[in-house]
Design a protein around this ligand. Structure first.
Ligand code: G3I
Length: 383
């Protein structure tokens, strides 16, 4: 019997057909999104250098589950942002608290992340008892005990230690910290030697900010040469990279990468972020004791970053990563100082409670324009 098609049936058929086409398109979109998502920072730069981030306690305890997901997806190395500093590791003289540090190490092992210890010796975030020690001998022994206890506990588990952090002034001279004042410059060589004795295979770094400024750069070069002459092992120099839209210049960054590499050590960008907010004092670096009054003028983008500034940030990241890629033979790692814009220390420095945008992921963990420009540099052979 001949079948007849009613207009009603025909409409139904057309509707079904449209739905099927829509479904197939939607599937294809999902597929291409998946392909896009599979291309991550760590994959994009796998032939160039390690890609890392600072991580915080919220991520290690799993409270920040989206942060954890992003860390696992995008990065292959982590640095604890705060929890391995002296005030947390040895809050009372001779009494160590390893609980959080152990969890950081577990996290890195479970997720196959290269672990960077931060840090063994720093004048800031020290436990208050250290500054109260009067005798040179006692401070010497306490420093030795601190370095050796921690470095030996994590022997074989840590890829590299920021052994000494921020020991230089801006003019390249040694900072007058409690350690320099009471122990003299030998504390620097000793710290490196003690760390090496405790864990002979771990990489040892000197880490500081404003490492692109000529006077400080000269000081850092002199310091590392001295350390080596005195028999200390120094494997790398960490240029922190707390930079702005305007400075340092690409030329200063490039000259510094080359100068440090000529010392025969690895160069690392260890704490990268680029502030997008006004800085009328022309502050550079990360001197944590600097703090200023806030105002609306100083915090102009409380809702969102305007396109014009977002474009500038993306272009700045693009230029910087093009330079890193050019010098990939000298650079072993690039680590961002924080996962997303909501978590950066730059929301509170040098003014409390601002809304800053220095990283590659926004407050909802979404990729920013700057992320795409960094990815573009990796993919594009013209960079
Ligand atoms: O833990 C307390 C918390 O209990 C309290 O409620 C809260 C209130 O302010 O403060 C919390 O402590 C803060 C701590 O970070 C942990 O979040 C401190 O106030 C704050 O000063 C501290 O800032 C850290 C800073 O080092 C301290 O010097 C930043 O998070 C951290 O990003 C920053 O990292 C340093 C590097 O280690 C070395 N290079 C410079 C870099 C930026 O300053």
């Amino acid at each position: 019997m001949k079948q007849s098609y009613s207009p009603h049936k025909l409409n139904k058929f057309i509707l079904l057909l449209c739905c099927s086409i829509l479904f197939i398109n939607c599937k294809q979109d999902q597929k291409s999104e998946k392909i896009e998502a599979a291309t991550t920072l760590k994959d994009a730069y796998k032939n160039h250098f390690l890609m890392g981030t600072a991580v915080n306690d919220g991520q290690i305890t799993g409270k920040d589950s989206l942060g954890v997901q992003l860390i696992k997806e995008q990065f292959n190395t982590i640095t604890p942002e705060n929890s391995m500093k002296w005030m947390f590791m040895e809050p009372q003289q001779g009494e160590f608290n390893f609980e959080m540090a152990d969890r950081y190490i577990d996290f890195s092992e479970k997720n196959n992340l290269v672990f960077i210890g931060h840090n063994l010796v720093w004048h800031s975030q020290l436990a208050p008892w250290v500054a109260e020690i009067d005798s040179k001998e006692e401070l010497h022994n306490s420093l030795k005990n601190h370095v050796q206890t921690i470095a030996s506990r994590y022997k074989g588990k840590i890829h590299g230690w920021d052994v000494v952090n921020e020991a230089l002034n801006e003019d390249g001279t040694l900072r007058n910290s409690v350690f320099l004042e009471k122990l003299g410059p030998e504390y620097l060589t000793n710290a490196f030697k003690w760390a090496q004795e405790a864990d002979p295979n771990v990489e040892l770094y000197y880490n500081d900010y404003n490492m692109t400024q000529p006077a400080k750069r000269a000081g850092a070069i002199k310091l590392v040469k001295n350390l080596k002459e005195q028999g200390a092992k120094v494997d790398g120099i960490g240029m922190q990279g707390h930079w702005s839209l305007e400075g340092p210049s690409l030329q200063e960054i490039e000259e510094s990468i080359i100068a440090y590499s000529e010392l025969g050590v690895k160069v690392m960008i260890t704490e990268l972020d680029i502030t997008a907010l006004p800085n009328p004092w022309d502050l550079e670096g990360a001197e944590v004791s600097q703090n200023f009054e806030g105002s609306e003028f100083m915090n102009p983008y409380t809702e969102q970053l305007p396109d014009s500034v977002s474009n500038k940030l993306a272009k700045r990241y693009q230029d910087i990563f093009a330079l890193f890629k050019k010098h990939q033979d000298k650079i072993s790692r690039v680590t961002f100082w924080g996962v997303n814009d909501g978590q950066t220390w730059l929301n509170n420095w040098p003014i409390d409670n601002r809304t800053n945008y220095p990283l590659l992921f926004d407050r909802q963990f979404k990729t920013k324009e700057a992320y795409h420009s960094v990815m573009q540099v990796a993919k594009d052979s013209t960079f």
